[in-house]
Design a protein. Sequence first.
Lengths: 275, 323
Amino acid sequence: MSAMSIPLTTTLEVRGVTVRFGGVIAVDDVTFTARTAEVLGVMGPNGAGKTTLFNVISGVQRPTSGEVSLGGTRLTGRGVEDVAALGVTRTFQTPVMFWGLTVRESVEVALAAREFGGTYPPAPWRELVRCGLGTPGRRRENAVLRERADAILTAAGIVAMAGRATESLAFGEERLLEMARALAVSPTVLLLDEPLSGLNPDEIEAVLASIRAARSSGVAVLLVEHAVGELLAVADRVVVLDHGRKIAEGSPQAVADDPLVIDAYIGDDASTGSA
Amino acid sequence: MGGVLVSRASPAAYGRIALGLVLLVAVLVWFLPSYYTGLLTQIGLYALVTIGLNLFMGYAGQVSLGQAAFVGIGAYTSAALAVKGHVTPWVGLIAGALVAALVAYILSFIALRLRENLLALATLALGIVINVVFNEWEFIGGSSGFKDIPGFALGTFTFDQRAYAILAWALVAIGIWFAGNVVRSSFGRALVAISAGELGAQTLGVDSERLKRQTFVLSAVYAGVAGAVYASSFSYIDPSSFSFLLSVNFVLMSVIGGIRSMWGAVIGAAVVVALGQVLQNVVPVVLPSARGDFQSFFLGVILIAMLILLPRGITSRLREARA
Ligand SMILES: Nc1ncnc2c1ncn2[C@@H]1O[C@H](COP(=O)(O)OP(=O)(O)OP(=O)(O)O)[C@@H](O)[C@H]1O
Ligand SMILES: [Mg+2]
């Protein structure tokens, strides 16, 4: 609900974000904005600070300085679930699965949070009591959640695996599920950390289609991806990080031609491990 | 794998089997010697505590070493109301559950902020602190506790051992039914999600701290109810009835039966109580010179062996055999 109250013209603003781990500066004074209905590519060699940046935006990591806000609402300082309730969700470089649940149930977890205004369970104890008593009202809601989960799985092209245990999924299937789960919360901002890595060509097509569909429904998609060709093809704009600093920002074409960017990638290849 | 960890029996099936269990006990008590009827009550009350603990350990993925404290709080609340205020144990039962819940709620604000192993320590500390309170507070009997605690009654019928066994197992049935519903609901799925991938669930909006808190409080309600019935059925309590050792036993019951199985709670409670009885009878015969400590020692050895052989509990092996 809270995410819906944020107007569609909203932007994600990252202002002067710095993250230090002891002596390492993982993210160094990074500033940029992401707009609704666009795919913002985030590029950079290994260790450039991309995941750390996502951690800051999603509330996993407190920045040493700087702040992130969404449509004027400050996100920095809030808990991960509260950031999610405000409309920012993400996937992980290594997919996080809910072992013990089926594919459909995993999506239902996301839908339940959405249903109760962004976070689950709601503060009143009523929800626990209704669940324990299995009240008819609660059971009707369960049936609705189930239908909506199937609709989401259908849209993601994975409804065939709805009843499977998450433990049985192949790596690519895990990525597809994680993406579907994230879309289930109807995010305003979706952070995808290397969603294409480890996927076969069909799965890559499926994920790219989901990304485009999310964009056309107004989501601001931030995409970290090492597959530079795919990233440049799907992104509307690109931000490039190197050693924590933003070294370029612009259209995919401009960024691809930027000597600094080319340098960063070649320099990284030449001195692997020294950074 | 998922099927092994999370039983998917329908809630209706759960309710029916639980009801069958009560009927079985209701018949059994007419044939058992009263000593065994008492044991049956004890197993039922321990099972009730363990069902609540299973929600917290098996689903929320946390460890509590303080459940005996909540049993004690339920028992003392009900006993104090009955002895000092002549309040019926039926009301005492609800009051005991509420006070246990309140203490768990307050503790959760400190304990759930801590990392997992520290949470276990915090609940352990609670157990010790509560025991000191029981010992030192003269109003509730100090170290000698309460004697002659009034029993439950329905109209003119005052509960006897048989009635307590039936009451205990009726509560087990209700407890299993409620917990079974929780586990199969959005709430239970969110619990599984946080114990499997906490950060992943949080990024979807799952408030893991609130979820754990509510589950912890629910587990305290189960323990508090069991404590209130315990006080009246044994008509005597003192601080040593709710020691740290009992908390450890609850964890053992939970793990032995299988932390994600509601039936496992019943089996775990039965196994631990039965083993204790067997050792009490066998050890003096085999080792006449052995003192009482040896029974705890052998109990410990057997339980550790079971944990090694059946790390996911007895019920997991049963389900694997069936699959
Ligand atoms: N929790 C942490 N503690 C200490 N250092 C960290 C931590 N997390 C990241 N770093 C360091 O911060 C830098 C940026 O790491 P980050 O994971 O953000 O890079 P990345 O761009 O996502 O790399 P990759 O493409 O390999 O995923 C690296 O030098 C890394 O070693
Ligand atoms: Mg990374």
